[in-house]
Ligand binder design. Sequence first.
Ligand SMILES: NC(=O)C1=CN([C@@H]2O[C@H](COP(=O)(O)OP(=O)(O)OC[C@H]3O[C@@H](n4cnc5c(N)ncnc54)[C@H](OP(=O)(O)O)[C@@H]3O)[C@@H](O)[C@H]2O)C=CC1
Ligand SMILES: O=C(O)CCC(=O)C(=O)O
Length: 428
Amino acid sequence: MAGTTNAFEMAQRQFDHVADLLKLDPQVREILRWPLREFHFRIPVRMDDGTIKVFQGFRVQHNDARGPNKGGIRFHPSETIDTVRALATWMTWKCAVVDIPLGGGKGGVVVDPATMSTGEKERLVRGWVQQMWKNIGPRKDVPAPDVGTTPQMMGWMMDEFSKLQGDYTPGVITGKPVGGGGSLGRTEATGFGVIYTVREAMKHLGMDSSKCTAALQGFGNVSQYAAIGFVEMLKGKVVCVSCWDREDKVSYTFTKMDGVDPRFLMSITDQYGTIDKAKAKAAGYVIEDGEAWISKEVDVLIPAALEGQVNADTVKKISSKVRIIAEGANGPTTPEADEVIKERGIFMVPDFLCNAGGVTVSYFEGVQNDMNFYWSKEEVLSKLDEKMTVAFQGVLDMALKEKVYMRDAAYMVSIARVVKAMQLRGWI
Ligand SMILES: NC(=O)C1=CN([C@@H]2O[C@H](COP(=O)(O)OP(=O)(O)OC[C@H]3O[C@@H](n4cnc5c(N)ncnc54)[C@H](OP(=O)(O)O)[C@@H]3O)[C@@H](O)[C@H]2O)C=CC1
Ligand SMILES: O=C(O)CCC(=O)C(=O)O
């Protein structure tokens, strides 16, 4: 968890604000403010040197009125139960806003995966499944990757579950490697989904994307494909990306005002998103401090790292040129910063709409697993584009109709769908 922001307090404040606007029944509110179920467990792992290390694991199932809980598993040294609660809650709203029949869940382990060998990581993820297998499954709860976890880890988890269950069960987990039950397009899905929503926001604002610039925070899975999409689909220019440097333990911004080449930067980035500084410098990139991305004079800001990055302090640095903030990350903007962004009239594409591409293709992956029939990448991405475009339009229509901020409009759409499912099931 970034800084001192408590992500779950943030998620509850966002929800309470909209619940007030909607005059939501207090009993319904009480159900939706908290996760329905939480699992806290310890995972003993035999390390390569023969010792045993015990890791703290979590799984939170926020609400499954619309379908099985769904959401990634994050491996991060600063993971907390409140971060996982927030991320699980946002998953409920995310699946509802893109109208896929799934609920909200999230998992985590307090660990820095970069400090572990491949064998240790495999034993850790298998240990996670050994603790949770009775409470996950294609019709219960379907995990996926998030920060610090990879398709290979999802493959190991699927294998462990299948062994314990005694049946090949690819649908227990998504984000698996292609060829091992995974879907084509899942790797690109979240970043490309971000760009589909940016494209729609630009259409709404009458902006010509080929004349637009963007600055991105983070250079992991989401940011890499958002950068590629901005350059290759929108024909715009990305002037910088920032990343966390594992050796120096600080973040840096890699800037090239005539346009970064995301595919080149990917080729010099390690598996955890750290860009090789020497190679970047040799290719003409200027290396600035980690917060430089937020003060760039660009049309679009895409925070795609962790929570709480656009906050009361950093929001002041946003240039007057910025017209769109597209939240690739979950929870990057604090409620204090939201107030400033609202006042300044910057168009917000809120996280659980903006980054819903990942879970949407995860849903497609589950559908393909159920059918045991796999689609082409073109088919996956065109279905994704359609889902994201329809979802964006639904939220924009709500924002215009109710004259509310885009984040509030997204909550209104999602809350209505979840409440309806709870009513139809007789929960309320
Ligand atoms: N992957 C997915 O499908 C989805 C992810 N998301 C969200 O998107 C965000 C990014 O996830 P994802 O790309 O998958 O994760 P990754 O682990 O692939 O990438 C996250 C990147 O952000 C970097 N980072 C961390 N802190 C900072 C910082 N202060 N400044 C700059 N960079 C930083 C990380 O560096 P390091 O690893 O070195 O710490 C890493 O490179 C998260 O909020 C995640 O929950 C949302 C929807 C779906
Ligand atoms: O693909 C998924 O199921 C979940 C992705 C995720 O964790 C997220 O959207 O935050």
